[in-house]
Design a protein around this ligand. Structure first.
Ligand SMILES: *Cc1c(COP(=O)(O)O)cnc(C)c1O
Length: 235
C-alpha cells in the first residue's frame, strides 16, 4: 500500500472534520455519526491502520476477499479487536461464509437471503446483526429492496430468531449527482421513520453516504458513513 499511516491519519482528520462541520450546520452532535473505513481492494495493512487509529469496524464488499484479509489481520498477534461489516451485494449461496466471517451484514435485500443468513447464524449459535438495504433512489443499477417491498422484508427479518435488524442501508443513484443523492437519503430516513413507527421497532442505524456524498447523507440524518476513497485514496 502506498499510503503511510501519517497520511491516513490526516485523511481521517479531514473526514471527521467534514462530518463535524455538516453536523454543526444540521444541529446534530458529531458523535451521532460513525465513520466506517472501507478497506475493499486494499491490503490487510489498511485494516490495521484503521484499528490503530481507533476505528472499531471496517467495511468490505466481497466475502472471500474479506475472509482472507480478516484472517491475515488477525494472524498478527498485536491486532486490535476490529469488527468486519459486509457492505456489498451478497448471494444466498454465500450466506454461510458471510454469517461466519462478518460481524454485521448491511446488504440484506431479499427474503431468501434472510432465510439463509438466519439458518447459518443458528448453526453457528450466533445472532447476526443486519441492516436491510433499500434502493431508496430507485436506481435500476443499484441493489436493494424497492421501497414498497421494505415493510414485508422487515416483517420477515423480525421473524428471524438469529438475526437482529439494526436499521437500513442505501446507496445513492450512481449517476444522479448530489441532488439525487440527497433525495435518496431523505427518502431512506422517511422509510425508516415509517417502518419504526408501524412495526414499533427500533431501527437506529441509517447507513448512507460515501466519500462523494457524505455531506448530503449527514445532513439527512446518516448515522454511518462508509468511506473508502477519502481515507485510503483511489482504488
Ligand atoms: C466502495 C463502497 C463504499 C465506499 O466508497 P468510496 O466512494 O470509496 O468512499 C461505500 N459503500 C459501498 C457499498 C461500497 O461498495
Amino acid at each position: 500500500m502506498e499510503l503511510t499511516f501519517e497520511a491516513f491519519r490526516e485523511n481521517a482528520g479531514r473526514v471527521r472534520g467534514r462530518v463535524a462541520e455538516v453536523c454543526a450546520r444540521a444541529g446534530r452532535a458529531p458523535t451521532e455519526v460513525e465513520v466506517l473505513p472501507v478497506t475493499k481492494t486494499h491490503p490487510a495493512a489498511a485494516a490495521a491502520f484503521a484499528a490503530r487509529l481507533g476505528f472499531h469496524a471496517v467495511g468490505e464488499n466481497r466475502v472471500q476477499e474479506a475472509a482472507a484479509k480478516r484472517a491475515e489481520f488477525e494472524a498478527d498477534a498485536a491486532a486490535q479487536p476490529l469488527r468486519w461489516e459486509l457492505i456489498g451485494h451478497l448471494q444466498s449461496n454465500k450466506a454461510r461464509l458471510a454469517a461466519a466471517r462478518f460481524d454485521r451484514v448491511q446488504s440484506v435485500d431479499g427474503a431468501k437471503l434472510l432465510r439463509e443468513l438466519d439458518k447459518a447464524s443458528a448453526a453457528l449459535g450466533k445472532t447476526l446483526p443486519v441492516l436491510l438495504q433499500v434502493n431508496a433512489g430507485r436506481d435500476p443499477a443499484n441493489f436493494g429492496a424497492e421501497p414498497e417491498a421494505a415493510p414485508a422484508l422487515l416483517e420477515q427479518a423480525l421473524a428471524c430468531a438469529h438475526l437482529r435488524v439494526e436499521g437500513l442501508m442505501t446507496l445513492a443513484p450512481l449517476d444522479g449527482g448530489n441532488a439525487a443523492a440527497r433525495r435518496c437519503f431523505a427518502n431512506l430516513r422517511e422509510i425508516r421513520d415509517r417502518l419504526a413507527r408501524d412495526f414499533g421497532a427500533a431501527l437506529p442505524v441509517l447507513s448512507m453516504g460515501m466519500s462523494g456524498d457524505l455531506d448530503e447523507a449527514v445532513a439527512e440524518g446518516s448515522t454511518l458513513v462508509r468511506v473508502g476513497t477519502a481515507l485510503f485514496g483511489s482504488r
